[in-house]
Design a protein around this ligand. Sequence first.
Ligand SMILES: [Mg+2]
Length: 349
Amino acid sequence: MIEDKNQQRTSLGNLGEFGLIEHLTHDITTAQPGTLKGIGDDGAVLDFKDKKIVVSTDLLVEGVHFDLAYMPLKHLGYKAVVVNVSDIYAMNAKPTQITVSIAVSNRFPVEALDELYDGIKLAAKSYGVDIVGGDTTSSQKGMILSITALGEANAEDITYRSGAGETDLLVVTGDVGAAYMGLKVLEREKEVFVVNPQNQPDLDAYSYLIERQLKPEARQDINGILKALELKPTAMIDVSDGLSSEIIHLCRQSGVGCNLYEEKIPVDPQLINVCEEFNIDITTVAINGGEDYELLFTIAMEDFEKIKANPNFTVIGHMTQESEGIHLITRANTKIPLKARGWNALQEE
Ligand SMILES: [Mg+2]
């Protein structure tokens, strides 16, 4: 991390655990009508009336899921919330509350946690969720951050991974692959920076990719757009591990196969340029990269008319009988079995 010498450093020990929690949470207010009691008692009290409750948890570990050398703490806090609310949107539900648990070693000053919490609070505001609880404790080494998101939905609106039919169309929002290449760019710049700290990287040509990595957004707009189109996906998942992994999840849980068409996969022009610069295959990145936080879903064929003119959606394939398997159909019209390589495997290449 680039240390600013003028930056104030207050040791965590100065505040103590209760003092720290009070310091980090004193300005947190709640806005959801269902939050009857937020932070400040032994437990939060929530009222979901006749809605179903959707719950999702993510655990982020320093050195495994994030590297503070190029991930500013404010961005980390923001992203940790995004990752969780994205899972709630993938259930076609509306996120309403989060809890935040953090373990940190004493190498972090109070100011660092303030920064982290600024990001968490900003994301909570932008996604309309209340921070209603959590815990802060010390760790021997590094930082661990766990967020749990709660959301609500009508029972009939919830989309599972298991509902895809054999003739359904496969649809993705936005574009994929950019977050992974953003990470590649940041990793390269970190190496350059270590060699020569005076070297200020010029990252203009990579701005979209870096933003997708450092400040991803969950698709909070999609549930509303689908509702307005009177369209309920038959199955849905968010793209966190990579398009191919997510397609395999949908297929396995729905008992169907899939043909994914290489030429249909939506990628940003900046991704194409940077993949050429890095000499990396664009499709490999687009299907294995991950961390895009787009939504991937299936729809009945007869619903195609509802989405066909909509710029938010791209039809990238169709489901098949399970016995046909899960394949990528390349531009050269060859059929390659799709493998769930995901994030880690790609890094090992
Ligand atoms: Mg997910």
